[in-house]
Design a protein around this ligand. Structure first.
Ligand code: AVJ
Length: 326
């Protein structure tokens, strides 16, 4: 089995910003904010898994239904003998639908999962290899941007996956930059298959990010627990209220942590105290929503166009196949 696994730890070009730097910069600013990726430590990732099972959180379930209905067609559209490359593979749960559709058409399949969590990546790769004897895995433990320059070549088309609307965390400028960099590494026959959450009624969106059980609140506030734990912070986490309104003009959900009352919070390891007025908030995450048109407009300057798109019957979520436009 090991012979079917190649495991590569990609060394990053730019060193990661540590949490202490993010706290000093982010909490001293006029508009307080913390970088989104700090939400996703082990506890945060587990809470996100719980979010995907909430009745109000439709994206995961809807994307899965689109894959269930269309995976064979998507693989066919990718072309003969395609390899699958996946950014942010996580547990590869939904990817199995595509892996199985590909293996139904070809004798062997090469899969390149990319994830920042090396441990998680290794165990996922091993599970997949033990289940699928005709699979070969080249796993890349890397940040998204570092992985782009380390993508293995393939004798045939590569289908590059970004599932789960993860691109929604990026601003339009960041997403265009990211797609442009991937495009620069694509061969003419390569394709991108991407999950995108669509613009819809405010009530549906706000329910999905302000769930009745409060799991999204636990997920959001986890970043404060992290600061307490990792930097000897003194956040009274119960005194921060989760709120995630939808901004129609920007077509995005914004996750916020609002201070309940005036507070002065010391963080020992950075030797600072941060002041919060009553109701003042920390921005933690955006989740951008698109239409086919706004997404196409983002792709064009990156050198990509939408070759095909699949949606659920309610038109809440889309999967788009992108190809080089020149
Ligand atoms: C993992 C970025 C796709 O934006 O829907 C879910 C993250 N945040 N609930 C999303 C998230 C709060 C999620 N993504």
């Amino acid at each position: 089995m090991e012979s079917r696994l190649e495991f590569i730890e990609v060394r990053g070009e730019r060193p990661q910003q540590p949490l202490c730097r993010a706290v000093i910069d982010g909490l001293a600013a006029r508009q307080k904010s913390l970088p989104t990726h700090f939400l996703y430590d082990r506890a945060g990732s587990e809470l996100f898994e719980r979010i995907t099972e909430l009745p109000e959180y439709y994206p995961t379930r809807t994307e899965r239904s689109i894959l269930e209905a269309n995976a064979p067609h998507m693989i066919e559209a990718a072309g003969e003998g395609a390899a699958l490359v996946e950014f942010g593979s996580g547990s590869s749960a939904k990817t199995r639908l595509l892996l199985e559709a590909a293996m139904a058409r070809q004798p062997e399949l090469k899969y390149v999962p990319i994830d920042i969590s090396a441990d998680f990546l290794r165990s996922t790769a091993q599970t997949l290899l033990s289940e699928y004897p005709r699979l070969r895995v080249t796993a890349l433990a890397a940040e998204y941007f570092d992985a782009i320059d380390a993508l293995p070549a393939h004798d045939g088309p590569r289908l590059i996956l970004f599932l789960g609307s993860n691109i929604g965390n990026m601003t339009h400028a960041e997403a265009a930059d990211f797609l442009g960099r991937v495009r620069a590494r694509m061969e003419p026959q390569d394709r991108i298959l991407l999950g995108v959450d669509l613009v819809k009624d405010r009530a549906i969106l706000e329910a999905a990010y302000n769930d009745a059980q409060g799991v999204t609140g636990l997920f959001n506030r986890n970043v404060l627990h992290r600061i307490n734990r990792e930097l000897n912070g003194h956040f009274d986490v119960e005194c921060f209220r989760h709120h995630a309104p939808y901004d129609e003009r920007m077509a995005r959900i914004e996750m916020r942590l609002h201070s309940v009352g005036e507070q002065h919070v010391a963080v020992d390891d950075v030797e600072r105290t941060f002041d919060f007025a009553d109701g003042e908030y920390i921005h933690t995450e955006w989740s951008h929503k698109y239409t086919r048109e706004t997404f196409a407009a983002l792709c064009a300057p990156a050198g990509l166009e939408i070759a095909e798109a699949w949606r659920d019957p309610r038109e809440w979520f889309a999967m788009m196949m992108l190809r080089p436009n020149r």
